[in-house]
Design a binder for this molecule. Structure first.
Ligand SMILES: O=c1ccn([C@@H]2O[C@H](COP(=O)(O)OP(=O)(O)O[C@H]3O[C@H](CO)[C@H](O)[C@H](O)[C@H]3O)[C@@H](O)[C@H]2O)c(=O)[nH]1
Length: 625
């Protein structure tokens, strides 16, 4: 029931005992309709210079519901930021002032190339590290950051739903979950006698990705993972800022709503901390937390060895890196030495590396050295943190990560912005607050083995300078075939050389289309155990292995072979398989009669002829053609 004017005025008198609201007369008139919590928030906003938010407020009785929902949003923004909106506004004022003054965040620091662990796929050290990594995996938890819209790719759905490759059509989240389950199995096998591990998976979503992520998981039965193993944490956006005084911007369509934008993947630390999940993991004996991104289909080929590095080196922080091409859109891992003697090894983001180098005596900036690569290893944002020191650090910082602001100014006076801005943060900046005694390292892997993301739309990918990676759906898929072919080649299979072809304006190497489910082989030792001497695969071939105990022995493949076997079926495949196989048909990304998931690759697979083997009963089998 609406309260009377007299009651409202009485409310104002009670709520404004010390006259704090006199600077915002329209808010003052409305105090009677606000709850005590809303009044506290209003006080905080005025104190932090946000009185303009109430200038347009009408008399009590008009839009009261919308006024309340304004405070609902303010309360949400306040609780989701470490230290609340007061901290957000104060941080924003400081960073905006620094930006206006042209202050370089790396002032006083000199960059140099750090040294880290450089691994060579398949050598004895690599094999040993993979073994250690698999053993450690039962004490690991995985955290997938998947709140990004993927604006550069421009794909309409969520990136996790895109196929890693179109031979099997397995999507990214399916591949990730199957890889984690395979690690869980393999690690538990190694630790016989101890109870079976369940490796937890956290997925960070945002308003942009949350519901489609839930739908994808639920409609596919969590791709075989227990639903209780998966936790979704949704990141909130942050308030946009209209000017150098950090005054909040209104949503262009609603004067009772603040405009908000994503705060970046750095939110993952605060969310893990505030959700209490780190505490649960500690109690459960988890030792490692592995962070990864939405579209790197190669990543799990690098996980066992890099986890092995963390365990053997005792790294608190281990960042996975690859050789970086100058100007490639991945940050450079850099040693920064301050004039006061402080040093840190940290990611310098791709847009900051060039200016930092130029400002510190490298007039050519971000360029390749004699090797044809940037001397700075490229950060692929796969971080492995040791849980205990991570938890201790977050207990101090509550997961707050060093932030930055990137306003687009109207002119050189830097007094107004072309459009509103906001603070942002990146998950790889976590080590910035660590003490010098923290054990921070990195591991460099072969790019073909570890990194091939899907980030760029076909048009932009085709414009990438020659020799630099495309990071497109085309290159992402081709990288899977190349890696699998190279691994089998190294294991002794006689593998045909690739041909080059052009899809959607991108020249790529086309290797035989080889894929296997993660449970077939997680490590190079697994592959070597399952591949006997005398096998060969021709260039036009496709090979799909779905099954844990499938062995290739003197197999000669020239066409398409698919092997499906339950875990309890041990299958040896031998002899000569020849058929017309599956071929790649060129298509154009502009052809909207073809589904977007397919046309962004520039090819589709024509399934002409194949041999498909199915083993659904336990036992030992030998197929010889
Ligand atoms: O608010 C956000 C923004 C992004 N993401 C997620 O964070 C990941 C990375 O996002 P982008 O792919 O947009 O990241 P960038 O390409 O800009 O760069 C990041 O990934 C690169 C490697 O792929 C380099 O490591 C680089 O240094 C690092 O900042 C994705 O899984 C994305 O879904 C979120 O969860 N929330």
């Amino acid at each position: 029931m609406a309260s009377s004017v007299a009651e409202k005025l009485a409310g104002v008198r009670v709520a404004d005992g010390d006259g704090w609201s006199s600077v915002a007369p329209n808010l003052r008139k409305n105090l009677g309709v606000l709850s005590s919590e809303e009044i506290e928030l209003a006080k905080m906003l005025l104190h932090e210079g946000q009185k303009h938010l109430f200038d347009h407020w009408p008399e009590p009785g008009v839009d009261d519901g919308r006024k309340k929902s304004f405070f609902d949003q303010v309360a949400r923004l306040n609780s989701s930021y470490p230290g609340g909106l007061v901290s957000y506004i104060q941080n924003a004022k400081r960073l905006l002032a620094d930006s206006k003054a042209g202050k370089n965040p790396y002032d006083g620091f000199t960059p140099s190339v750090p040294s880290g662990e450089v691994l060579k796929f398949g050598d004895d050290n690599f094999i040993m590290l993979e073994e250690v990594g698999v053993r450690e995996a039962r004490k690991a938890a995985f955290v997938l950051v998947a709140g990004g819209l993927g604006e550069r790719l421009g794909y309409k759905g969520i990136k996790l739903s895109l196929p890693v490759e179109t031979t099997t059509g397995r999507c990214f989240i399916q591949h990730y979950i199957e890889s984690i389950l395979a690690l869980q199995e393999a690690s538990s096998r190694q630790a016989q006698g101890q109870c079976k591990a369940e490796i937890p998976l956290v997925i960070m979503t945002s308003d942009d990705t949350h519901s489609p992520t839930v739908d994808l998981l639920e409609s596919n039965n969590y791709f075989g993972m227990k639903s209780t193993q998966v936790t979704l944490l949704k990141q909130e956006k942050v308030a946009c800022l209209d000017d150098n005084d950090a005054r909040f911007a209104f949503d262009p369509n609603d004067k009772y709503k603040l405009q908000t934008k994503p705060h970046g993947h750095g939110d993952v630390h605060a969310l893990l901390y505030s959700s209490g999940i780190l505490e649960i993991w500690r109690t459960a004996g988890i030792k490692w937390v592995l962070f990864f991104q939405d579209t790197n289909g190669l990543l799990f080929k690098a996980i066992p060895a890099s986890l092995g590095v963390s365990a053997t080196k005792g790294y608190h922080v281990n960042s996975l890196a690859v050789l970086r091409k100058a100007k490639e859109a991945i940050g450079g891992i850099t040693k920064l030495t301050h004039t006061d003697g402080r040093t840190m090894v940290i990611n310098v983001e791709y847009n900051q590396l060039d200016p930092l180098l130029r400002a510190t005596g490298h007039p050519d900036g971000d360029v390749n050295c004699d090797t044809g690569f940037s001397p700075f290893p490229g950060n692929i944002n796969q971080l492995i943190l040791e849980l205990e020191p991570y938890f201790e650090e977050l207990s101090k910082t509550r997961g707050a990560i060093s932030e930055f602001v990137n306003p687009k100014y109207k002119d050189s006076t830097k007094t107004s912005f072309k459009s509103s801005t906001r603070l942002e943060c990146m998950m790889q900046d976590y080590p910035k607050t660590l003490s010098p005694s923290a054990r921070v390292g990195f591991t460099v892997m072969d790019t073909w083995l570890a990194y091939s993301p899907v980030k760029n739309n076909p048009e932009d990918a085709a414009k990438v300078p020659k020799g630099n990676p495309y990071h497109s759906a085309t290159s992402g898929e081709m990288a899977i075939y190349r890696a699998n072919s190279l691994i089998l080649k190294k294991a002794g299979i006689q593998m045909a050389d690739p041909i080059t072809d052009v899809f959607n304006g991108q020249e790529v190497e086309v290797w035989p289309r080889i894929t296997w489910s993660p449970k077939w082989a997680l490590t190079f030792s697994d592959v070597k155990r399952k591949v006997e001497a005398g096998c060969s695969v021709s260039q036009i071939s496709t090979l799909v292995i779905n099954g844990q105990n499938v062995f290739l022995d003197s197999l000669s493949l020239d066409g398409t072979l698919i092997v499906n076997a339950i875990d309890e079926a041990e299958v040896k495949v031998t002899g000569s398989v020849q058929n017309k196989g599956w071929v790649l048909e060129h298509i154009d990304y502009k052809d909207t009669s073809i589904p977007e998931k397919t046309r962004i690759r520039g090819f589709r697979i024509q399934k002409i002829e194949q041999l498909e083997l199915k083993y659904t009963e336990p036992g030992n089998f030998c197929f010889k053609s």
